[in-house]
Ligand binder design. Structure first.
Ligand code: KG4
Ligand code: ZN
Length: 340
């Protein structure tokens, strides 16, 4: 193959992070993210505020990404952007920006599915991180998603399980809200869980068919449990916070791992890759390591900055599609409910 020298700009704006990244031949040169603190006060993402913040952030974020990569926009070979799924108002900002820039520079435009990108983030060239061989199972767990996907090739993916209500990150965040923790609560629950007893309190696991998940019942169970206990002892939460966090986390991990175990058993696939913000969780990482010993799994966790919402994962998909000559037209529309 001819020696290639490909620069891709990736743009991500599906939720509350405005992100841009420059990739050169599969390696990341810059990965810039502007988060949106404004949502913390509301305990969740407010769509109107998110799209307004994207509008303010997108130009400086792309500018930063180019500067950090030490290239000019004229060096770019293509622009990849998140087409969906996500919040429509947020997606529109990234989509329109990507379209205009590609027209202005006269270079190809590449549409990217955000959920595929979380999975293909594993193919970013990064020293010390192995790329999962096909076929593998990918579990994408974040504030917005919970899926198990069978991956037979880069763009040959099948969703074999997903949440029927809340995402796993929401289960962490909403439980944290009940306990009076800040938003997002996942990292603090994780931290406190390390000092708590995971079997101190028992929460029942939901019964959901097949490989699908449900987390909304757990949130309600925790709410009633906390209300009941605080009636008897007003200091119940503060006196037991570490144990409560450990027990909630233990239940969530059991729900995830039980389904992953069945998925691996049913498909006979032992290469397991995870992604999404919740994959930072210490307990989940430990459970995956145990899976290596118990079930002979090989597990893959990307570098942290590529697991949460980011544009490097959009750029790698852009690069893979560029190599295939898979470009899109400027009349393409954002799609809030885009499927894998
Ligand atoms: O991927 P991400 O940054 O954004 C999207 O939701 O797309 O994921 C954020 C989610 C939040 O729900 C947050 O509470 C959760 O990931 N999270 C964690 C941990 N770190 C982040 N949940 C549990 N344990 C953690 N260490
Ligand atoms: Zn995401």
């Amino acid at each position: 193959m001819k020696e290639q020298n490909i620069y891709i700009l990736g743009i991500e704006s599906s939720c509350d992070d405005t992100a841009a990244s420059i990739m050169h031949n599969g390696k990341i040169l810059s990965n810039v993210i502007a988060g949106q603190k404004i949502h913390e006060a509301y305990g969740g993402v407010v769509p109107e505020l998110a799209s307004r913040a994207h509008q303010q952030n997108i130009v400086p974020v792309v500018d930063q990404a180019l500067k950090q990569a030490r290239i000019s926009k004229d060096d770019l070979n293509a622009i990849a952007f998140t087409r969906g799924p996500g919040l429509m108002g947020s997606l529109l900002v990234g989509t329109s920006f990507a379209k205009s820039l590609s027209i202005g520079l006269g270079i190809p435009l590449i549409d990217v599915n955000h959920m595929q990108a979380h999975i293909l983030a594993h193919y970013i060239d990064e020293t010390g991180y192995a790329k999962p061989p096909f076929p593998f199972l990918a579990m994408t767990i974040s504030g917005g998603h919970t899926q198990i996907v069978r991956v037979d090739h880069y763009f040959d993916m099948t969703v074999i399980g997903e949440t029927i209500d809340d995402a796993v990150g929401e289960a962490f965040d909403k439980s944290g809200k009940i306990l009076g923790l800040g938003y997002p609560a996942g990292p603090e629950i994780d931290k406190r869980a390390r000092n708590g007893n995971p079997k101190a309190f028992k929460f029942t696991k939901p019964k959901v068919d097949g490989l699908n998940f449900s987390f909304s019942g757990l949130k309600t169970a925790i709410l009633y449990f906390v209300q009941r206990e605080t009636q008897a002892n007003p200091n119940f939460i503060t006196e037991n916070l570490d144990d409560i966090c450990a027990s909630i986390q233990y239940t969530i991990i059991r729900i995830l791992m039980d389904k992953l175990k069945i998925a691996s058993h049913q498909t006979g696939i032992k290469h397991i890759a995870i992604g999404g913000g919740v994959s930072a969780n210490t307990g989940i990482r430990q459970a995956l390591k145990e899976g290596e010993k118990k079930y002979g799994w090989t597990t893959y966790i990307p570098k942290f900055e590529f697991t949460t919402d980011n544009a490097a994962m959009i750029a790698i998909v852009g690069y893979l599609k560029y190599l295939e000559g898979e470009f899109t037209q400027p009349n393409i529309a954002a799609s809030a409910r885009l499927k894998i």
